[in-house]
Design a protein around this ligand. Structure first.
Ligand SMILES: [Zn+2]
Ligand SMILES: [Zn+2]
Ligand SMILES: [Zn+2]
Length: 134
């Protein structure tokens, strides 16, 4: 049975969907965000599969640099107080459509990420609803 799950995320600020059905990565709608890095500002698309780090950026990213991500709708920054356990960079939150959040590390090349739910007893139900299987 396939274990890989595709995320369906929205902005933690304005609640609008961050999925871009017109630009697919690994055959799934990609996650579209605005990005600010050393080389300037642009757009970044992330693969929606949890645990997959494939991305396409309109600007060149330097290895190990910390980037800032913004919602393309309300332009608020995606930022949390959580720090990456691996490298200390800020962890950036994306809200799952059916509740809970996924956090990704803001450092280029760091693969740390995790899921969080306010209520752990609801987590399995939510995961099931979000992904259909688990
Ligand atoms: Zn927003
Ligand atoms: Zn992928
Ligand atoms: Zn990290």
């Amino acid at each position: 049975m396939e274990k890989i799950v595709a995320l369906n995320v929205k902005c933690p600020h304005c609640g609008k969907s961050l999925m871009d059905p017109y630009h697919r990565i690994h055959e799934k709608p990609s996650i579209l965000l605005d990005i600010e890095a050393k080389k300037g500002e642009g757009k970044i698309r992330l693969c929606a599969f949890y645990g997959c780090y494939t991305h396409e950026s309109s600007i060149k990213l330097e290895d190990k640099e910390i980037v800032r991500l913004f919602c393309p709708h309300c332009h608020e920054e995606l930022i949390s107080e959580n720090k990456c356990e691996e490298c200390g960079a800020p962890m950036l939150p994306l809200t799952l459509q059916r509740g809970g959040r996924v956090y990704i590390c803001s450092r280029v090349g760091c693969t740390k990420h995790f899921l969080s739910f306010e209520n752990i007893s609801e987590a399995l139900t939510r995961m099931y609803n979000e992904f259909g299987y688990f």
